[in-house]
Design a protein around this ligand. Sequence first.
Ligand code: GLN
Length: 314
Amino acid sequence: MPIDPQELDELVGEAVEVGRRAAAGGEPATYIPELARADPGWVAIAVNTLDGHECVAGDRGVDFTLQSVSKVFSLACQLRAGDDALWDQVQMEPSGDAFHSIVRLEEEQGRPRNPLINAGAIVVSSRLAGDDPGARIETFRDFLRDASGRGVSRFAMDEAVYLSECRTGFRNLALANYMKHFGVIEDPLQAADTYFRQCALTVNVAELARIGMFLANGGADPITRTRLLSELDNRMIVALMTTCGLYDEVGRFAVRVGIPAKSGVSGAVLGIIPGRMSIACYGPALGPLGNSLAGIAMLEVIVNRLRLSVFESR
Ligand code: GLN
């Protein structure tokens, strides 16, 4: 059933109000000190439907870093480059552990559980085309620009967040070193550096909803008609978002909301309704598992009201 644009406009406004109340129960991430500077009261949402309706509400002018939402796009970038050998090094199973957990790496010979936890994403970053982290980020940025239909060009790196993570990212460096031991990556310092840089690229909600559209549309940009990924690779990423996108909160999220999504510790959440729309949320106040409280609450409002859960009988 087509969605009435006016109803959607009203609903995103309502979602922001619900999001603001949900945010009151959380705090921004502090383990990357620079992220703690975000105002926990910020809440924003943007929706882009595949049939061309766009709506934005809340603190739409705030830029935020992609953090772990970038993992979806680095994976897409690598699959577009034809790197199927990636799956020899990274599994496709949910981890049930925190995003930066190291425990399973020892039992599983350094092969990360999936590309959406830190260890897996570091492997993906290490494989992006380029001779050094700077060049690899250009490859990645180029993918983001293509995903935006070439409508967004900046994807500027937040230098302060990047440096803050460089100074404090010992767990990620440990993951990279550990995987090097098993021969899963070649250069752990460069791999972690590339990963820190991609996490520090900035967007606003409207831009994030725009670059998520191909994921909702079988791998092709519905506006420019450019194909970014094969249907099969796109389906694989959307499936991984469903099973691994919110780490150890993914089961509860499936029950509460029931859509493919990816979160980041900046407070970003990208939700995908296959065949329908891309929804970007931002709210830096996080719950105990590192996911945006407002982001989840806003997705819950929209998905439940419009009966968009992928598990709904329609
Ligand atoms: N850069 C962050 C980290 O590695 C990303 C984690 C996240 O967004 N969940 O810790």
